[in-house]
Write a protein of this length. Structure first.
Length: 209
């Protein structure tokens, strides 16, 4: 029994180096695979970091551009605000003065408007009367430039002659009386000629005898 135990122990001792080499080889393979996976992960993370870095740089440039735009806008707003304040301080009093002057002018115009209207109406009346006088003068001149026969005919036979009604009555009465006298004389001459023709020139025969 004792001899068999040392043999077993020797066998166990011989088998130890082989059994120890196998776990070492297995652990190095695992380590290499773990290192490879870790390296690949590190590469992926490095790529991700590079992508993030590029994105961050782009975002940073965009942010700087936006910041510059915002600064420009802010400076523009400040300038506009300063201009508005200057306008409020300078132009508003001037506008108030101009409005006061305009109100004073309007009140003066409102006060002088009735007199102006009266003057305009007077001017219109004078203009109308002057135009009527000018028209009457033109009519009188044209009437005076017409011939006597035309004036006489216009007075007697028309009502558009620029003379008074008394003159029209006078002229028409003279025309009627003249017409009656002429008609009477014409009738006497006609009857005398008829009688002379009927008696066959009696007076002529008597005179010849």
């Amino acid at each position: 029994m004792s001899s068999s135990r040392p043999q077993k122990s020797q066998e166990r001792g011989r088998s130890l180096p082989g059994s120890a080499s196998n776990p070492v080889t297995i652990s190095t393979a695992k380590i290499e695979s773990a290192l490879k996976t870790a390296y690949q992960k590190n590469l992926g993370k490095e790529h991700l970091l590079k992508d993030l870095e590029s994105k961050l740089s782009d975002d940073l440039s965009n942010f700087r551009a936006i910041d510059s735009l915002l600064q420009d806008v802010f400076s523009g707003l400040q300038r506009d605000h300063q201009r508005a304040e200057r306008a409020l301080q300078r132009q508003i009093p001037e506008i108030k003065l101009q409005l006061e002057d305009s109100m004073d002018a309007l009140t003066d115009l409102a006060e002088s408007l009735p007199t102006t209207q009266a003057q305009v109406s007077d001017i219109r009346d004078v203009y109308d009367s002057g135009r009527e006088k000018a028209h009457s003068l033109v009519v009188d001149l044209s009437w005076l430039n017409t011939e006597f026969y035309e004036r006489w005919r216009t007075i007697i036979f028309t009502s558009s002659s620029p003379v008074s009604w008394r003159w029209k009555v006078y002229m028409r009465s003279i025309f009627v009386v003249s017409f009656i006298i002429c008609s009477w004389l014409f009738w006497i001459a006609l009857t005398g000629a008829y009688r002379a023709h009927r008696h066959r020139l009696v007076w002529g025969e008597k005179l010849m005898s």
